[in-house]
Design a protein around this ligand. Structure first.
Ligand SMILES: *Cc1c(COP(=O)(O)O)cnc(C)c1O
Length: 438
């Protein structure tokens, strides 16, 4: 294996560490889980990243989901370039906001939508709205689901199943975590028990439409519908967090995998990533009667200086309009090709593994058997993954640097990009095997 030289990345990383905690502006970008130095990327085009040392990589991060059409898509670039000539922010309503809102309303069950600048803001605001609407405080979430770095959602399970949580990180007050209940994913009995004990105090239950932040862990058949019904039975709101899955898992998002078929709708949904087309844009939306409780129509306050920014909404709108059913069919085919090659390579090398998917999203678990919750995801061989990751990187494939992440493809992942991935897999699988048996 020939490690790619990265002297410029290493120098930049040293400079970055001197002025930024850990040298990165979001922890997932660091290589803490796999060791080594993150590559500093200078440019990207289609399926490819180019680092500051001139190395090319097939990108399987896709900015953690947003780059559905690949990098620097010519039509998205043209829309952005046009928009920039008209100025970059006005602090007034604009036409692209209306058009993007109409596009989202036409493709999802939400009736009204409000734009914000990050997924964290979307879930934070959805929680506030649910609490304001119901007049209740308690929030239920699932272990292993990530909803951004909202205080109430950075909580760890308390001592028992239906008990209130404790802070998941220093800096979160016990009072913020103390209104949250953390339950094991896919566990109907735990959900029923929590509602039986605290039902009339529960404002909402928030879940990823299909969890992708512990690796891809699909809901058991009917699980989301059960959550929606349980919430309704107790006067709580059901919030489906589609920041990752929205316009990514399917054209209709994660909801397209079950809700659209089973006939239920969330009360509120949150979006981000793909809908910003690579810019900081996110949204929350839902039932008109709930959304109408937001200021200035209603009493629940929520605001944002750059919310609905004209460049971001233009990029998001261009991306969503170009994301046709053919694009999703294409993404699925690419994902299938990579998934079966991963299975072949890891099987041949004797590395325990499982590949799980939700629409066009997928991830690889470095353990045998089906993963249905965070406890299961946590039993992976992370050392084997680290060896696999570095062998892939050396062979020109940039994977998410953690065993707990989804792999993302784009419609720009063509024959050349996919064959680079396929060529890298057998050697990476052998590298993982060498660690696993050591
Ligand atoms: C990425 C993500 C968030 C947070 O979005 P940011 O824009 O990073 O704040 C929230 N929920 C889910 C499901 C996500 O994947």
């Amino acid at each position: 294996m020939t490690a790619r030289p990265a002297p410029v990345s290493s120098t930049l990383f040293e400079r970055a560490q001197a002025v930024t905690p850990g040298g990165v502006n979001s922890p997932v970008r660091a290589f803490n889980a796999v060791g080594g130095t993150p590559r500093f990327i200078r440019s990207a085009k289609g399926a490819w990243l180019t680092d500051v040392d001139g190395n090319d990589y097939v990108d399987l991060i896709c900015s953690w989901g947003p780059m559905l059409l690949g990098h620097a898509h010519p039509e998205v670039q043209a829309a952005i370039a046009q928009a920039v000539t008209r100025g970059t922010s006005y602090g007034t309503p604009t036409e692209p906001e209306v058009e993007l809102a109409e596009e989202i309303v036409s493709r999802t069950p939400v009736e009204k939508v409000r734009f914000v600048s990050s997924g964290t803001e979307a879930t934070m605001s959805a929680l506030r709205l649910a609490r304001g609407f119901t007049g209740r405080d308690i929030v239920i979430k699932f272990a292993g689901c990530y909803h951004g770095h909202v205080d109430a959602l950075l909580a760890s399970a308390g001592s028992g199943l239906a008990t209130l949580a404790v802070p998941g990180t220093p800096g979160v007050p016990a009072s913020a975590a103390g209104e949250t209940i953390v339950l094991p994913y896919n566990d109907r009995a735990a959900v029923s028990a929590a509602f039986a004990e605290h039902g009339d105090r529960i404002a909402c239950l928030i879940t990823e439409a299909t969890p992708g932040n512990m690796g891809v862990v699909p809901p058991a058949p009917g699980f989301n519908g059960f959550l929606a019904q349980t919430c309704r039975d107790h006067g709580a709101l059901f919030i489906s967090d589609e920041v990752m899955t929205g316009f990514r898992a399917t054209r209709e998002g994660g909801w397209g995998l079950d809700g659209a078929v089973e006939g239920w709708t969330p009360d509120l949904m949150t979006f981000g990533k793909v809908m910003g087309g690579g810019f900081p844009a996110a949204a929350f939306g839902g039932r008109a009667d709930v959304m109408s409780r937001l200021a200035p129509e209603g009493p629940v306050y929520q605001a944002g200086t750059l919310s609905g920014n004209p460049i971001a909404t233009t990029a998001g709108l261009a991306t969503l309009r170009l994301a046709t059913p053919e694009v999703y069919a294409d993404l699925s085919a690419t994902a299938d090709t990579i998934k079966s090659a991963v299975v072949d390579a890891l099987t041949a090398a004797g590395v325990p593994h499982g590949v799980q998917s939700a629409g066009t999203m997928f991830s690889v678990f470095f353990r045998d058997g089906e993963v249905t919750d965070f406890a299961g995801a946590s039993t992976q061989d992370t050392q084997a993954f680290a060896a696999f990751f570095h062998a892939m990187l050396d062979a020109g494939v940039y994977l998410p640097p953690s065993a707990f992440e989804s792999w993302f493809v784009s419609s720009a992942h063509d024959e050349r990009a996919v064959s680079t991935v396929l060529a890298a897999l057998p050697g990476a699988a052998r590298a993982a095997a060498a660690i696993g048996s050591a």
